[in-house]
Design a protein around this ligand. Structure first.
Ligand code: SAH
Length: 230
C-alpha cells in the first residue's frame, strides 16, 4: 500500500520530512515527490503549492504516475465558528469548493455542474483513524465536519459568516476540496486533516504567520498517530 501525502506549503511538510527515510526524489510539474518510508508506511510526500490548480495537478500525478492507494492532505486552515481556535484540528468528513458558482442556472453555491455529487466525501476508515488519533492526545482539540476550499485566503467576517450559513463549514482553505475532487474522479480513498492557523477574520493574515507553526505541529502529530495505526 502506498500512501500519498500532500501539503500545500513547505513548512507544512517540514516536520514530517525530518522523520521520513527518503529513498528517492523526483521532480514533476515543478513539485518534488519524496518516496520513502514514514512511521512504518510506504509513502510519497509532496508539497503541491497553494491553490486548487496546483493541488489538483499534484493529486492527479499521485494517482496516474505513482498509483497511490490512499491520499492524505495535511496542513493549516482558517477556522470557522467561535469555538474553534488556532491549533485545533479539523478532520474533514466531506469537502466543497465554495468558489464554484453557477447559481445563475439555479444551482446551489459549490455545486459543480453536471457532476453527480455536491460534496466530496472522505473515506470513512481514514476519518475514523484520524478521529482515533485525535482521541489519543488530550492536548489537541478536534472537530469533524465539512471543510470548504476556494482560491481565496479568507480574511473577513462577512465571508466566514457566509461560509458558515451556506455550507455549515468548520474550516476554509485552498487545496483540500480540489484534492478531494481529483481523488473522487480517480476512485482513491482520501482524507483531509487541517489544523487551525487563524480564524479567517480581519487580521487572519497576521494570525496565520503566528499560529502556522503550532498548526503544523498538531496536524503532523495526528498524522503520525494515524499512520502508526494503519
Ligand atoms: N503569503 C502566504 C499565503 C498563504 S495562503 C504564504 O505564502 O505563506 C494560505 C495557506 O494556508 C493555503 O495553503 C490555505 O490552504 C491555508 N489557509 C490558512 N488559513 C486560511 C484562510 N483563512 N483562508 C484560506 N486558506 C487558508
Amino acid at each position: 500500500m502506498i500512501i500519498g501525502i500532500i501539503a500545500a506549503m513547505s513548512e507544512e511538510l517540514a516536520l514530517l520530512l525530518e522523520d521520513m527515510d527518503v529513498t528517492s526524489k523526483e521532480d514533476k510539474a515543478k513539485m518534488t515527490f519524496h518516496k520513502g518510508n514514514l512511521w512504518g508506511k510506504e509513502v510519497i510526500a509532496v508539497v503541491c503549492g497553494v491553490g486548487k490548480v496546483n493541488a489538483a495537478v499534484c493529486a492527479q500525478i499521485l494517482a496516474s504516475e505513482y498509483k497511490v492507494d490512499k491520499v492524505i492532505n495535511v496542513g493549516v486552515a482558517g477556522g470557522i465558528g467561535k469555538d474553534i481556535y488556532p491549533g485545533d484540528v479539523v478532520i474533514a468528513n466531506n469537502l466543497v469548493e465554495h468558489d464554484m458558482d453557477t447559481t445563475a442556472f439555479g444551482d446551489p453555491h459549490g455545486q459543480i455542474p453536471r457532476l453527480d455529487t455536491f460534496d466530496f466525501k472522505c473515506d470513512e476508515e481514514l476519518v475514523t483513524l484520524a478521529e482515533e488519533a485525535c482521541n489519543e492526545t488530550s492536548d489537541i482539540k478536534s472537530f469533524k465536519g465539512r471543510i470548504v476550499t476556494g482560491d481565496q485566503f479568507v480574511a473577513s467576517i462577512d465571508k466566514i459568516q457566509w461560509l458558515s450559513s451556506e455550507f455549515e463549514a468548520f474550516a476554509c482553505e485552498m487545496e483540500g476540496g480540489s484534492i478531494a475532487h481529483t481523488c473522487y474522479l480517480n476512485n482513491i480513498p482520501f482524507v483531509v486533516i487541517r489544523s487551525i492557523s487563524d480564524n479567517a477574520n480581519n487580521g487572519a493574515h497576521m494570525d496565520f504567520e503566528k499560529f502556522t507553526p503550532i498548526g503544523v505541529r498538531n496536524s503532523t502529530t495526528i498524522l503520525e498517530k494515524m499512520l502508526k495505526k494503519m
